[in-house]
Ligand binder design. Structure first.
Ligand code: SAH
Length: 344
C-alpha cells in the first residue's frame, strides 16, 4: 500500500502516470492531501480515480483518538492512532504569536534518558514522514480559522534516530504547494547523536537545533543520559558549534532541573564555563515528575537562583513556560497512561 501523504509531487506524478492518469492530477492530489482531505473528499477528481487511489493506498495515515484540553491554558494533548494500531502523542500550545504543535517522531524511544517517560518501554518503530506530517493535519482539523504556525520535534522519539523520515517530513511540511510552514518556524530537539548533527548542518535547512544537554559535565550527564557514554560533552558541543557555523542559527540548550542531580549553583557556574562565548540560549525546564522514576523537579526559588547565575555570567537563558501540566503534558506520559489503562 502506498502512503500518498509521504510523496513529493514528482513521485506522486510517477505513481499517477503508472495508473494511466495525467501528470497534472499530481498537483491536485498533493494539494488535497496537504489540506488533510481523504480521497473521498477530492471533489475535482472523478469517482473512478478516487476508487483507484483508495485501492492503491492510504490518504491520511493518522487520526485523532482523543483530545485532552487543559483547563489552565487551553493546551490540547492529542492521542493519535496509526493504521497499525499503535498510538502516539502530540501537544498543541497557543501562544500570542500563533499555535505551536509538538510532534512525535517514533513510537516510543530507545535513547533511555532516565527522566523521560517516552523511553520506558523502548522504541516500537520509526514513524514515516507521512505519519509525522499527519499529526499536523489532525491538529489543523481542530482549529477554527487558525492553523499550526510553529512545529517542534520534541514529542516522543529521537528525531536523529529516524533521520531520513525526519528530513523528508521537513521538506514536505515546508513545501510551497502544501502547508508551506517556514523551516524557520521549526525546532528539532536531539539528545545529541553527533554524526547526524553534522549531517544535518550540511543539509542547510534553516531549522532551529535544540540540544538536550541537562548536565554541565560528563559525570552527571552519564548518570541520566545513556547517550553520554557514546559521545562526550565536548564532542557534543563541538558538533553544535559546527551547526552554528554552517547555518548561522544559534543553538538552544535544554536543561531540565532535577533536584539533587544537576540543579545547584555550582552546576550553573560549570554550565556557564562550558558555554562561554557561544551563540546560544539555555532553556531551563523544571523537571516534569515521571512517577516511574525517582527523580524530582525543583522549586521556583531554585530555578530562579540557577537562572541568576547564568544571567550574571552573560549566558542568555529563560525558564520555559510549563503548559498542560494537568493533562500529562510531558513526553510519553499520556501514551504510557493510556497503554497502562488498556492493560498493555
Ligand atoms: N529525543 C529528543 C526529543 C524529545 S524530548 C531529545 O532528547 O531532545 C523533548 C525534550 O523534553 C528533551 O529536551 C527532553 O530531554 C525533555 N524531557 C523529557 N522528559 C522530561 C521530563 N520529565 N521533564 C522535563 N523535560 C523532559
Amino acid at each position: 500500500m502506498i502512503e500518498f501523504l509521504g510523496l513529493f509531487p514528482d513521485e506522486l506524478k510517477n505513481v499517477l502516470e503508472q495508473m494511466g492518469e495525467k501528470a497534472f492530477r499530481a498537483k491536485q492530489v498533493f494539494s488535497w492531501l496537504h489540506k488533510g482531505a481523504a480521497f473521498d473528499e477530492m471533489s475535482n477528481l472523478s469517482l473512478a480515480l478516487r476508487e483507484k487511489l483508495k485501492n492503491a493506498g492510504v490518504d491520511q495515515p493518522v487520526s485523532i483518538q482523543s483530545v485532552h484540553e487543559s483547563r489552565l491554558d487551553g493546551t490540547k494533548k492529542f492521542l493519535f492512532s496509526l493504521k497499525d494500531g499503535n498510538c502516539i502523542e502530540g501537544v498543541l500550545m497557543r501562544y500570542h504569536y500563533g499555535c505551536t504543535l509538538c510532534v512525535s517522531t517514533q513510537v516510543g524511544c530507545r535513547m533511555g534518558c532516565l527522566f523521560c517517560a517516552s523511553t520506558l518501554d523502548g522504541c516500537v518503530r520509526n514513524l514515516t514522514a507521512a505519519e509525522i506530517l499527519g499529526q499536523v493535519m489532525c491538529a489543523n482539523s481542530t482549529l477554527d480559522g487558525e492553523r499550526v504556525h510553529n512545529i517542534v520535534l520534541m514529542g516522543s522519539g529521537e528525531p536523529f534516530d529516524n533521520y531520513e523520515n525526519v528530513i523528508r517530513f521537513l521538506k514536505l511540511v515546508s513545501h510551497p504547494d502544501g502547508l508551506n510552514i517556514s523551516l524557520r518556524h521549526i525546532s528539532l530537539s536531539t539528545c545529541g547523536l553527533i554524526d547526524n548533527i553534522r549531517r544535518f548542518a550540511d543539509e542547510n535547512l534553516p531549522v532551529t537545533l535544540s540540544l538536550s544537554l541537562h548536565a554541565p559535565n560528563d559525570e552527571i550527564r552519564k548518570k541520566i543520559m545513556p547517550i553520554a557514554r557514546r559521545y562526550n560533552i565536548h564532542e557534543t558541543i563541538a558538533a553544535c558549534k559546527y551547526y552554528l557555523e554552517k547555518t548561522g542559527r544559534r543553538i538552544v540548550f535544554e536543561y531540565a532541573l532535577i533536584d539533587g542531580v544537576n540543579a545547584d549553583e555550582k552546576q550553573a557556574h560549570e554550565l556557564a564555563d562550558l558555554l562561554r562565548g557561544m551563540q546560544c540560549h539555555v532553556n531551563l525546564i523544571p523537571l516534569n515528575t515521571v512517577k516511574e522514576r525517582n527523580l524530582n523537579g525543583v522549586s521556583n526559588k531554585q530555578v530562579q537562583a540557577f537562572l541568576e547565575v547564568l544571567e550574571k555570567r552573560h549566558i542568555s537563558a529563560t525558564r520555559r513556560r510549563e503548559m498542560g501540566d494537568d493533562i500529562e503534558g510531558a513526553c510519553g506520559q499520556l501514551r504510557k497512561k493510556v497503554l497502562e489503562e488498556a492493560g498493555q
